[in-house]
Design a protein around this ligand. Sequence first.
Ligand code: HGY
Ligand code: MN
Ligand code: MN
Length: 414
Amino acid sequence: MPRTISGERFRDRFDRFNEIGATERGGVNRPTLSDENARARDTLVEWFEEAGLEVRVDEMGNLFGRREGRNDDLPPVMVGSHVDSQYNGGRYDGVIGVLGGLEIVETLNDAGIETERPIEVVSWTNEEGVRFQPDMLGSGVFAGKFDLEFAYSLEDKEGNTFGEELERIGYRGEEPCEPRDLHCYLELHVEQGPKLEDRDLVVGVVEGVYGFVWFDAAFTGSADHAGPTPMHLRNDALVATGDVIESVRRIAGTGGDDLVGTVGSLDIDPNSINVIPERVEFTVDFRSYDDAVVDRAADRVREEIDHAAAREGIEAEHEVIMRIESQSFDDDVIEAVADAAAALDADATRLVSGAGHDASYLNRVCPTGMVFVPSVGGVSHTEDEFTEWEDVVTGVNVLLNAAVEKANERPDGE
Ligand code: HGY
Ligand code: MN
Ligand code: MN
């Protein structure tokens, strides 16, 4: 019979954890390396230690809790996600994957179950990428995509560097942040989209993740008085930006069935009601499961930015700050998730993730898979993010059974 967790204990932890950085509207505000993120980390360390886990922190502040296996020299099964949040983000994004991993350990401890392989619970640093871009930074350095020097040098809008902030909160660990031998990686996460809810299903057996590209871009025109300056004499950075925003929607609508495009961040200078905008800095995010579609969209938006600058007689800048290829997960790990969902009689389907996850980088290091549970209204990255509690519990039960199945796999041939 499949093992199940203690929903009450997990609920209690989840609610206590989300008191850290709680917002008035029921969300959380725990941007990476903030004081709230530091308190969340301290809480994880305390709870990991209480659960008998050996706690380690690496050079990127990635936090690991290791549970011994019968054959402790074997490569571990790793389960986890992230606890940094969007600014005023949701309570479930990342958290259910980390606390779900801890709940697995508690459940195995309670039942006195030993697994063949060690199990490691991980909380990755800066998955969201809101304060320091790019996102999935801690797992990206772990997987060898970025080097430590690059990561430490990243600056937030106030000019703080990632390395300084990691030091300030006391989580710049000693352990090298580099690929190591893992048997597999499993991540439980809310779907953050409408697919499961639309089909009234509870579990997503995730087969892969969209690829995506992020741009930093800017227009520099000329500030001038909004009154006396005739229209034909204007060099308006915001008008050019408006043209690009419209083009992102047009490219996403014509560039490929699953292509999505977003201009999510915009800073106007001097941002005054009666001054023609001189400079606008903005971002562009394109995603698709087909990398060729992402690359074509990136080429098209570069052209649109350059054409808009020429029309307005202003300067344009654009730089790719993040490009991650679409990922297809490991068949065996996908099957372990599907088997666990079936053993629990959970209504499940296979799907691909439009949201990025640390699993995208772990997929370069070891066989990887994910478990999704529904997001009510498909909503995420907002304080309204919500998942029915029994669905969260089902997701952790699937994670538990898949992780135990993989943790009891002996080396090939034994
Ligand atoms: O951007 C993403 O999809 C993730 O939330 N970092
Ligand atoms: Mn997430
Ligand atoms: Mn997120």
